[in-house]
Design a protein around this ligand. Structure first.
Ligand code: APR
Length: 316
């Protein structure tokens, strides 16, 4: 099997962690691109020099030239400014649209067969723009948001119930904003509904309140990290989340991961990128998994989609 190639556009906080994770998991050869001279070269030299310690053997290259991304199987985009305390993701749209425009042109020219995973915010709008400029099929331009939002939800549930994070399954749908939809009904501990366990612990009424608080914390979890860091946004968690998507694609694992996908009628949405569960394999999005939402979930989804539409339409 030929060695895979992963290119990372943006060599900042997330880009650096992405490069290290690619190396640690030996996903393939890695190129880190940034417009700042020396930054990607320095980070990749730093990571390469502990290959003998961590025992990975992949080629690691830092660059300021798009030519180096030629032949990429997967490209992950983090180019763009992160939030500052008090900002919403949507406040980044103007500046990050300009950056995304140049990045997408670079990918279109030099990595025309790649599958692109966007992390830059505001996520739903940046994925939309990236697909539009590259002109790639929708199945090959996707966004990372749901894996992380779901992981945050699962983490809070595990803490609340005092069980291992490994045994909690939880998922969020919708846009990557304050109206995202954590799916309470499907959250489980090894298949046992979380609400049932909360009711055992607290009784029905208090259980509802506890869950509502976890849903609220999930929706604001990115902002909680921003407020603590003061100089940037979360970077370990978005990097790991995107790597799980990249790995499923590179190894054709067909994992079912919440992914920002272009919808054409699924969940009642047409013509917009929104977070839904998808099968990720060597072709990118190989299937969008649909299931019935109840009236309350559908109403939350509609509200989240309306927010995405407002943002995306503001770019037109
Ligand atoms: N092309 C390539 N890289 C660029 C460009 C560009 N036109 N403009 C800026 N960059 C680079 C910056 O030089 C910087 O190294 O993007 C990198 C962004 O890194 P950070 O500022 O550290 O931001 P990070 O925390 O990695 O987040 C990146 O992901 O989650 C989102 O909201 C977050 O939009 C932000 C993005």
């Amino acid at each position: 099997m030929a060695r895979k190639k992963i290119s990372l556009i943006g060599g900042g906080q997330i880009g650096g962690v992405l490069a290290q994770l690619c190396a640690l998991r030996e996903l393939g050869d890695v190129v880190l691109f940034d417009i700042v001279e020396g930054l990607p070269q320095g980070k990749m030299l730093d990571i390469a020099e502990v290959g003998p310690v961590d025992r990975y053997d992949v080629d690691l290259k830092g660059t300021n030239s798009y030519e180096d991304i030629k032949g990429s199987d997967v490209v992950i985009v983090t180019a763009g400014l992160p939030r500052k305390p008090g900002m919403s993701r949507d406040d980044l749209i103007e500046v990050n649209s300009k950056i995304m425009t140049s990045v997408a042109e670079g990918i279109k020219t030099y990595a025309p067969n790649s599958i692109v995973i966007v992390i830059s915010n505001p996520l739903d709008a940046m994925v939309t723009l990236c697909q539009k400029i590259t002109g790639f099929p929708y199945s090959r331009v996707i966004g990372q948001a749901g894996v992380l939002d779901s992981a945050r939800f699962a983490t809070f549930i595990a803490w609340e119930l005092g069980v291992s994070v490994k045994d909690v399954t939880a998922m969020t749908l919708g846009g990557h904003g304050d109206d995202m939809v954590p799916l309470v009904r499907y959250a489980s501990v090894n298949g046992i509904p979380v609400m049932e366990l909360l009711e055992q612990k607290y009784g029905a009424e208090k259980a509802k309140e506890v869950m509502e608080a976890m849903v609220k914390r999930t929706r604001g979890a990115g902002g909680e990290v921003v407020a603590l860091l003061k100089t940037g946004s979360a970077f370990y968690s978005p990097a790991s989340s995107a790597i799980s998507m990249a790995e499923s694609i590179l190894k054709d694992q067909k994992r079912v991961l919440p992914t920002c996908c272009y919808l054409q009628g699924e969940f009642g949405v047409s013509g917009y990128y929104v977070g839904v569960p998808a099968v990720l394999g060597e072709k990118g999005v190989e299937k969008i998994i649909q299931f019935k939402l109840d009236a309350e979930e559908q109403a939350m989804m509609d509200k989240s989609v309306a927010a995405v539409k407002g943002l995306v339409d503001s770019m037109k």
